[in-house]
Design a protein around this ligand. Structure first.
Ligand code: NAD
Length: 491
C-alpha cells in the first residue's frame, strides 16, 4: 500500500509529515499510517485536475473513448476482487461476503457508467423546437468541470465509485478525499487508475482529515462541483461554504428510514427483511430501515420471531466464515451507538434483545444486534440516526397512522412497505416522503435506479442517468438562420 497521495498521475509525498492511524476494528490494532494531507496537497491536486480539464484530452475525448478507460478500471477491480474485499474487511470490519459484494458493485458501477459514456455520444445533443421562425436551437450536455468528492467510511470503495465513475464518464476531472477512517481501498483505486493509464490529473486522490483536506477541497475556488456523502452536520457546513462562491453541490446525507409491515405479511419474510434492513453492514447504512412499524394484529408473533432470529446472528471478525455481523467501525462509533441505546432506555424504551458487547468478544468494537420496544415517538432514539445495529419497533393500528408515523421525520432518504395487497403497497409507496422506496424488501440497491433523499437527507440523486447528470452542464446553442435583417435599431 502506497503511503502517498495520487496527484497528476504520480505518487506524491504529503506536504507535511503528519499521518493518521487506520485501525482494524475487529482487533483494534493499527494496520496503516496514512498521510494527513493538508491544503497544500489539495491545492496541488486541484491544480492538476484543473489543468487536465482545461488543457488535457479527457473532456474532449468521445464518450466511447472514455468508456475504454472505465471498462479497464472495472476489469482491474474484478481481477483484484478478493484482495480488495479483504482490504475492505480489515479497514471497515464488514463481513467478507458483504465486502465482496461491495467490490463487485464497484466494478459494476464503472461498467455501467462506461455504457452511459458511450450513450452520451448519441444523446448529448438535443434539437429544440422554437415557436419563433428564423431561429434554430439545440441543447448540448458538457462535462461540468473539476469535481471534488468527499465520502464516508461505511461503503468505502463503493461510495468512491458512485462519484468517480459518473464524473469520469461525463468528462470531468476529480479529486477524491476518502474518509480518514477507511482510506485503504481509495488508495487502491488510485493504483487501479494508474494501471488503466488514465490521463494525468483526471483522478487525484488525497488522504486526510475532514477539517484539513476536506475543508480545503470545499473551499478551493477552482473546484466547480462538490459531491458529498456523509452526515448532516458536515453536509450543512459544506453547503454553507459552497454558497460563498455558488459551487454546484450534491449531498447524500443521513436517514432514519421507516419500514411499514401490514397484517397480511408473511411473518418469516418480514423478519428476514427487517434483519437485512438494519443488521447488514452492522446497521451502518444511511438507508437502514431503523424504525419498524408493524400492524398490531401480528406484532407479538412477529416480535417473538424477530428476537429469536436476531439472537442467532453469528458475530465476529469479518474475516471468519459464517460471520454475519462484524464490529462497528471504530471506538467513536461504538460509543455513540452504546450512548444511543442508553438514551433510549432512559427515555422509557425496553431492550428486547442485545444492547451489550458479546461476552466472548472482549477486543474489537463488537455489539450484539439490538431491538428496542416501547419507544416513544418523541424520543431521541426514535427520531435520530443511530448508525448501528439497533432497530426500534412499534405497533400501529391503521394505514393512516403508519404513514403519519413514517413521514414524521426530518429525514427522507428511504422507506419500505410490506403487504400482499399490491394496491396498498403502491398507495403507501406514493405516500412516503422519501427518495427511495422498497416494496416487500428493504435495501437492495441497483446502479440503474436513482439514489438520494427528500428533506434533510440530501440534495440531488446519484446512480443511473441521474448520477451522470450530476457531472454535466447544459448549454443552449441558438442560431439565427434567417437572411432577413433583425430590424430593431437599423430599419
Ligand atoms: P462525516 O460527515 O463525519 O464524514 C464524511 C466525510 O466528510 C469524511 O470524508 C470526512 O473526512 C469529511 N469531512 C468531515 N468534516 C469535514 C469538513 N468540515 N469539510 C469537508 N469534509 C469534511 O460522516 P461519516 O461519519 O463518515 O459517515 C456517516 C454518515 O454518512 C451518516 O450520517 C450516513 O447516513 C451518511 N451516509 C449517507 C449515504 C447516502 O447515500 N445518503 C451513504 C452513506 C453514508
Amino acid at each position: 500500500m502506497k503511503n502517498k497521495h495520487y496527484i497528476n498521475g504520480t505518487w506524491v509525498s504529503s506536504a507535511t509529515s503528519e499521518t493518521f492511524s487506520v485501525l482494524n476494528p475487529a482487533t483494534e490494532a493499527i494496520i496503516a499510517e496514512i498521510p494527513a494531507g493538508n491544503s497544500v496537497d489539495i491545492n496541488a491536486a486541484v491544480n492538476a485536475a484543473r489543468t487536465a480539464f482545461d488543457q488535457g484530452p479527457w473532456p474532449r475525448l468521445s464518450g466511447a473513448e472514455r468508456a475504454v478507460y472505465l471498462r479497464k478500471m472495472a476489469n482491474i477491480i474484478t481481477r483484484r476482487l478478493d484482495e480488495l474485499a479483504k482490504l475492505e474487511v480489515l479497514d471497515n470490519g464488514k463481513p467478507y461476503p458483504e465486502a465482496k459484494w461491495d467490490i463487485e458493485d464497484t466494478a459494476a458501477t464503472f461498467e455501467f457508467y462506461a455504457g452511459l459514456a458511450e450513450e452520451l455520444d448519441n444523446t448529448s445533443e438535443q434539437a429544440i423546437e422554437l415557436a419563433e421562425p428564423g431561429f434554430s436551437s439545440k441543447a448540448i450536455k458538457e462535462p461540468l468541470g473539476v469535481a471534488g468528492a468527499i465520502i464516508p467510511w461505511n461503503f468505502p470503495m463503493l461510495m468512491a465509485a458512485w462519484k468517480v465513475a459518473p464524473a469520469l464518464a461525463a468528462g470531468c476531472s476529480i479529486i477524491l478525499k476518502p474518509s480518514e477512517i477507511t482510506p485503504l481501498t481509495a488508495i487502491a483505486l488510485a493504483e487501479i487508475a494508474d494501471e488503466a493509464k488514465l490521463p494525468a490529473g483526471v483522478l487525484n486522490i488525497v488522504t486526510g482529515l475532514g477539517k484539513d483536506a476536506g475543508q480545503a477541497l470545499v473551499e478551493h475556488a477552482d473546484v466547480d462541483k462538490l459531491a458529498f456523502t456523509g452526515s448532516i452536520p458536515t453536509g450543512s457546513k459544506i453547503m454553507a461554504t459552497a454558497a460563498k462562491d455558488i459551487k454546484n453541490i450534491s449531498l447524500e446525507l443521513g436517514g432514519k428510514s421507516p419500514f411499514v409491515i401490514f397484517e397480511d405479511s408473511d411473518i418469516e419474510k418480514a423478519v428476514e427483511w427487517i434483519m437485512f434492513g438494519i443488521f447488514w453492514n452492522q446497521g451502518q447504512v444511511c438507508s437502514a430501515t431503523s424504525r419498524v412499524l408493524v400492524a398490531e394484529e401480528i406484532y407479538p408473533a412477529l416480535l417473538a420471531r424477530l428476537i429469536e432470529e436476531t439472537k442467532k446472528i453469528t458475530i465476529g471478525s469479518g474475516e471468519q466464515d459464517g460471520v454475519l455481523l462484524g464490529p462497528l467501525v471504530n471506538s467513536d462509533q461504538y460509543n455513540k451507538v452504546l450512548a444511543a441505546i442508553e438514551r433510549g432506555v432512559n427515555d422509557g424504551a425496553t431492550i428486547a434483545t442485545g444492547g451489550q458487547r458479546p461476552p466472548d468478544l472482549s477486543v474489537g468494537y463488537f455489539l450484539e444486534p439490538t431491538i428496542l420496544t416501547g419507544v416513544d415517538e418523541n424520543s431521541w432514539v426514535w427520531n435520530e440516526e443511530i448508525f448501528g445495529p439497533v432497530v426500534c419497533i412499534k405497533p400501529f393500528q391503521s394505514e393512516n397512522e403508519a404513514i403519519q408515523l413514517a413521514n414524521n421525520s426530518r429525514f427522507g432518504l428511504a422507506a419500505a412497505v410490506m403487504s400482499k395487497d399490491d394496491e396498498r403497497c403502491e398507495r403507501v409507496a406514493r405516500a412516503f416522503r422519501a427518495g427511495i422506496v422498497w416494496i416487500n424488501c428493504s435495501q437492495p440497491t441497483f446502479v440503474e435506479a436513482p439514489w438520494g433523499g427528500y428533506k434533510q437527507s440530501g440534495i440531488g440523486r446519484e446512480l443511473g442517468q441521474w448520477g451522470l447528470n450530476n457531472y454535466l452542464e447544459t448549454k443552449q446553442i441558438t442560431r439565427f438562420d434567417s437572411s432577413d435583417p433583425w430590424g430593431w435599431y437599423i430599419k
